[in-house]
Design a protein around this ligand. Structure first.
Ligand code: SF4
Length: 281
């Protein structure tokens, strides 16, 4: 039954220190128990895949970094017995970082994705603490601290249609991300008012600006920026690729000779299991 299982996604906790305005997560003190995590790892070990993945998200998963550490230690022991390789990923808001976390990331070669919404101005509009203060400065400091320790985080960027996309993309690059993912969907998918307010022409305009930004970056640097477009089909549909196109193979072509507008890194669908934290315990 679990032969093809490749990934476990642990929602470690519902707790979060931020109060992002667009957050859809229910806040509570629920945190996963080590026993249920162990059971999930045991299930993953039944997979026939040699390379498997364990993802940690939340809420803010690093509010439960001690339990993450315990899960990893257990998973590593089990993987060693079964001769498996585990790739770890933490998806974090980037506000919590200490020496213990840095050493866990380095020791286990954990991929790390931090949510940053472009420039400080755009980010601090939505990604705020309980007291309303923006989180950008702290997150930037933590990204730099990680880089000093040899860890390069990727960035997940939620684009807001009210903001200046070119400024946001430029700002993302100043953080020197390993990779960055644009999430263009969140405001159109989950906020019907916003969708109505901006309509198709506004979205077309944004798409062209993104496309133009890619083109300018490529012309200047002769390579593509580390920012694949998450919803590439939607973007392609909006974009006039008679004039320009970006290939799926990290090279640029005039006019478009390939089907896809931008390449994607790993948004494929794979067999995966997802947990939720239990009730308070
Ligand atoms: S960091 Fe994530 S879970 Fe926390 S408030 Fe923001 S969107 Fe919600």
């Amino acid at each position: 039954m679990f032969d093809a299982l490749q990934r476990i996604i642990f929602c470690i906790t519902d707790k979060c220190d931020l109060r992002c305005k667009y957050c859809l997560n229910e806040k509570s003190n629920r945190t996963i128990s080590f026993n249920s995590a162990k059971q999930m790892i045991d299930v993953l070990m039944k997979s026939k895949k040699r390379i498997v993945e364990v993802n940690f998200s939340g809420g803010e998963p690093l509010m439960g970094h001690r339990i993450i550490k315990k899960i990893i230690e257990y998973a590593n022991r089990e993987a060693f017995k079964k001769k498996k390789i585990i790739k770890y990923l933490i998806i974090s808001n980037g506000t919590i970082l200490n020496e213990e976390i840095i050493s866990m990331i380095k020791k286990n070669n954990i991929d790390f994705i931090i949510s940053v919404d472009g420039s400080k101005e755009s980010h601090d509009k939505n990604r705020i603490f309980r007291n309303g203060r923006g989180s950008y400065d702290l997150i930037k400091k933590n990204i730099e601290k990680m880089q000093d320790k040899g860890i390069k985080a990727s960035i997940s960027f939620v684009f807001n249609y009210n903001n200046d996309i070119t400024r946001d993309l430029d700002a993302l690059l100043t953080l020197r991300p390993k990779n960055a993912y644009i999430n263009l969907e969140i405001h159109s998918k989950h906020d019907s008012c916003e969708k109505k307010a901006y309509g198709r022409s506004k979205r077309d305009d944004i798409s062209r600006k993104i496309a133009r930004w890619y083109v300018n970056f490529f012309e200047k640097n002769q390579e593509l920026p580390p920012i694949p477009v998450l919803n590439h089909k939607w973007l392609k549909a909006q974009y006039d690729y008679e004039k320009y196109g970006i290939s799926t193979k990290k090279k640029f072509v005039y006019p478009a000779q390939e089907d896809l507008f931008a390449w994607m890194r790993s948004h494929e669908f794979i067999p995966a299991l997802c947990t939720r934290p239990e009730m308070n315990y």
